[in-house]
Design a protein around this ligand. Sequence first.
Ligand code: SF4
Length: 234
Amino acid sequence: MALSFETGISVVLGLAAKIAEAQSLVAANVTGSATECVTCSFQAEDMVVLHMVKAIHPSVPVLFLDTGYHFAETYEYRDEMAAAWGLNLINLTPRQTVLEQEAQFGILHQTAPDQCCKLRKVEPLFAALAGYETWFTGMRREQAKSRAQLQALDHFTLPGGKQLLKISPLADWTTRDVWNYAQEHGISLLPLYDKGYSSIGCEPCTSLPSDPNDPRSGRWSGRKQECGIHIQAQ
Ligand code: SF4
């Protein structure tokens, strides 16, 4: 899309202000202690947040939900970036392997995706988060209607009652902001974006977007919007 000179300048200035704001939020909340973590699906926005946090806290724990159902490209990119950035990568695995789960329950991502996400994402993540105080995410309001009210600084209550500080420094960023930041900082992104995916999770539950204005319209074939890891105990 071609931009006029004035529009281009205001986009650049707008992004500069957003970067400064996000970096300042990160700087104010990263102490370098082992009680801070970043969740990372290795999608673009998570890489941007991780880039900011690790600049201050290089050994920050990076939590990856290793469901066993990811694209081969995601695993390959995870391993490449973990090596290139020297990440303190923590792969969170469910209690059962994919084979064990399918033997016991069948193909849950087809029959009961909420249960599958609970077993393979929500339970492992919530168990891990209990060991931290501050949680950084790459969530953005623009990603989905379910995220429209997202706050950059929030509290998150785990089922056991523990409360964490949940920080989403890119809450008001657009997709273009994310891409521009990645380009400016030489961050190579998950190659699946080049195939047209706009939101990338487990392979069986990720398709090309059906609505160009809804980046998550390719997730779960429209059956649901969230896996549940961002829904806190009431
Ligand atoms: S995204 Fe799909 S495959 Fe992955 S845990 Fe959820 S239902 Fe299962």
